[in-house]
Design a protein around this ligand. Sequence first.
Ligand SMILES: Nc1ncnc2c1ncn2[C@@H]1O[C@H](COP(=O)(O)OP(=O)(O)OP(=O)(O)O)[C@@H](O)[C@H]1O
Length: 307
Amino acid sequence: MIQITNLTKKFGDFVAVDNLNLEIKAGDIVGFLGPNGAGKSTSMKMITGFLEPSSGEIKINDKNLKAAPIEIKQKIGYLPEGAPAYGDMTVLQFLSFIADTRGLKKAQKKQKLQEVVDKVELQSVLNRQIDNLSKGFKRRVGLAQAIIHDPQVLILDEPTDGLDPNQKHQVRALIKNLSKDKIVIISTHILEEVSAVCNRAVIIAKGKKVFDGTPFELQSKSKYNQALNVEFEGQLPDISQLKLAPGVTDVVQRTDTMISILSHESYGNIFPQIMDLIHLQGWSIKAMYNEQGQLDDVFRELTQEVA
Ligand SMILES: Nc1ncnc2c1ncn2[C@@H]1O[C@H](COP(=O)(O)OP(=O)(O)OP(=O)(O)O)[C@@H](O)[C@H]1O
């Protein structure tokens, strides 16, 4: 369990993280979201003990990070932004060095190295110099060093940034397959990643927490959640009458051929009456379906609200 209380970081007069409160329990995979400069990396650096907070407290398993830094850091795996590594080492030399610093010895070291190389699929580049690897492989080396000691808490700063779709899929699968009793915090700019990997989403803006809930709850905040989308054959007809239909609160043109019909939650299913109206008007439609909502709209609304 991680308990973050009133965590604040100031750089001079600038407040990068502003009174952050969070409680994260085992099994949580937290997607940590926010616009550029929101304070995600700074928060992660404080949780991993790389950066001293200006004020506030971080406890892991009821132990204060400040009071027991070494004991706590042993439980944490950290992939910093950009996956920094010693570029003139080979992959094997680097992972072996990390295993040494993590205190792994002899048979256990050999076993953990083998496990991590298999898990992250690094066999083909073991003897290559890290500087000469592709971005995807560099990121995988970063992940390998983060998990080599089987940490209870895994903190990954933009783990899939710059990866191709196949590599993104692999990294996400890897994170999901980590044992269920761990805590994982992932910062990302990819909203879909949160729905795909995480069971919790935390959004910060200007250093302040503006949302904490499940990805489903986040999506439910979208104005398009449960909207009825209608795709027309060809050009849109005159849709002004749809706005007058009972229960309808708004009709939004989304593309040249598609509209979203928003309705009062209390009104129930508007599908049958909209279908009747479309028939009556003789409009040809391609498809009609309910939408789950647009994460990017919610994200924009939540993060722009912060003054
Ligand atoms: N060492 C530092 N000195 C001064 N300002 C800093 C320092 N580190 C971070 N900042 C500032 O603190 C703010 C938060 O930065 P941070 O890197 O935590 O944001 P982020 O949410 O991770 O952004 P991004 O998504 O762009 O990685 C930014 O305005 C940044 O310029």
